[in-house]
Design a protein around this ligand. Structure first.
Ligand code: SF4
Length: 479
């Protein structure tokens, strides 16, 4: 028996550029921390290793050596986001080549493609399909005592030449989420570097900011066309019909722990209900407990002024921002793609209100939306320009080409959304990210064309938007 019973490995996405290897998507799924902590509390020793951070610290670092040091019985690899499709499998292969440890994959991408992954890659022993808390504890228990895994809920695996999926199912409830602690960051090696680098996409790149992602709940009640975490995906993968929440008290405990760890900003991205009743309770608790932390709050719909007041009097202003993704400047295109709709006029009034309240705002736009044409995209350019020139509280506005997300509405119903799919199987995602990792050119980067735009046009449109924003900011000496 080695030092560690269960080793969690986070794959990162490795991209080979002419300047050398670059690590992308540093953030880890919040559930990994919860799982590792849960196993510890069940008597198993765990450790989390972020392979991207390890490579940043030491370009000669070899995963083989790390895994050999820990001698784990089970290795858990998160494959939640499709961008890790290649690196997750590469890690699994590496583990199998250097130890006898069993390998389990989990997360939304792994869940959605479980059967294909198990049929194609011998290096993966198990996939947990859906919520992983109880399954992970039971799988560990079974392996540590050399028992069969046929009763472990949500588990898919190979048996001989067939793929099995256990009948027993587990769907986490609000109460189950409340048993989790998501702030035990010390289980991650180099966690202090992680909290400094996690906000890699923050355009302001504040050098001393440290950030922690807060787990607030799971699920969504609506369906944005491009989102792999939409209601449809949660129903299909987890069997979850409605969003579930942790209690404000448990979330408050994690915020307190973040503060004690020296984290200066909590990233809060779970906002399914416009009444925001949950947050009024949470914010009251944060004030009562005098927790001193900033909040990067991602709103999924427009808020009223009351909410903004409450946010302001709760969080430290240093890094507090509201982030919103209008995606497009065309009301027509937004209506076709966003589950929670608002029009441009309402958005502008909301930004004006934030300006009056002195709250910084960040905006994200996208290209490649369903129904978007070159003409419609001009409205995105126009809206972006107006916002940047008008509101002094807007600290960032950027545009990104949409990637095809597995199990998103447009992936499941391409015709309805006017999409021509280039990625249909796990192997398509795997192949594209293999090319990125090896410095080769993939046959498709985004995984689709729309009925109006091909991939290169979609990428070009985002580039134009970002050039426009940069030239305005440069003209005003703001960058
Ligand atoms: S992008 Fe849309 S569908 Fe996805 S989680 Fe946000 S609100 Fe829900």
């Amino acid at each position: 028996m080695g030092d560690v019973d269960v080793l969690f490995l986070h794959p990162s996405t490795h991209v080979l550029t002419p300047e050398g290897e670059v690590v992308r998507y540093v953030a880890m799924p919040m559930g990994t921390f919860a799982l590792a902590d849960l196993l510890e509390r069940n008597g198993y020793s765990t450790r989390i290793v972020h392979t991207g951070l390890k490579r940043m610290l030491d370009p000669n670092c070899r995963v083989e050596n790390l895994v050999k040091t820990f001698e784990p019985t089970l290795v858990g690899i998160d494959l939640h986001w499709y961008c890790h499709s290649y690196d997750a499998i590469k890690l699994a292969d590496c583990v199998k080549r250097c130890t006898n440890a069993k390998v389990v994959l989990g997360g939304m991408t792994a869940s959605f493609f479980a059967e294909e992954i198990l049929s194609s890659f011998d290096c993966v022993d198990y996939v947990i399909v859906g919520d992983a808390e109880l399954p992970m504890v039971e799988l560990t228990k079974a392996l540590m005592s050399n028992r069969e895994v046929s009763d472990v809920p949500n588990l898919a695996y190979r048996k001989g030449s067939t793929i099995k999926r256990n009948r027993r199912a587990y769907l986490a409830s609000d109460e189950d989420l409340d048993k989790l602690t998501c702030s035990n960051l010390r289980l991650l090696e180099d966690w202090d570097l992680y909290v400094r680098l996690i906000h890699e996409n923050d355009v302001l790149s504040p050098k001393l900011k440290t950030q922690g992602w807060l787990m607030i709940g799971r699920g969504c009640f609506t369906n944005c066309s491009y989102c792999g975490g939409a209601n449809l995906a949660h129903r299909k993968i987890f069997g979850r019909k409605q969003p579930i929440f942790r209690s404000p008290e448990k979330v408050g405990e994690d915020l307190k722990a973040f503060e004690e760890l020296g984290i200066s900003c909590a990233y809060m991205d779970f906002d399914p209900y416009a009444d925001r009743r949950f947050y009024y309770k949470l914010f009251e608790l944060v004030r009562k407990e005098r927790i001193d932390i900033s909040s990067q709050f991602l709103v999924w719909s427009l808020t009223d002024r009351n909410f903004v007041h409450d946010l302001k009097r709760t969080f430290n202003p240093l890094y507090t921002t509201l982030t919103i993704s209008p995606e497009t400047g065309s009301d027509f295109v937004r209506l076709q793609n966003r589950g929670l709709y608002y029009d441009n006029q309402s958005l502008l009034r909301w930004l004006e209100m934030l300006e009056e309240e002195n709250v910084p705002a960040e905006l994200y736009f996208a290209s490649g939306l369903s129904g978007e044409t070159v003409e419609e995209f001009k409205k995105t350019m126009k809206l972006g320009e107006k916002i940047i020139r008008t509101y002094r509280n807007v600290v960032a506005a950027s545009c990104n080409p949409l990637f095809l997300e597995p199990c998103s509405p447009r992936f499941l119903m391409p015709k309805k959304y006017g999409i021509r799919l280039k990625f249909k199987r796990f192997s398509d995602f795997y192949e594209t990210y293999r090319c990125f990792a090896e410095g080769a050119v993939p046959s498709s980067r985004l995984g689709y064309d729309t009925e109006h735009l091909d991939e290169s046009q979609i990428i070009e449109l985002s580039g134009k938007f970002n050039d426009m924003v940069n030239s305005i900011l440069e003209g005003e000496n703001l960058v």
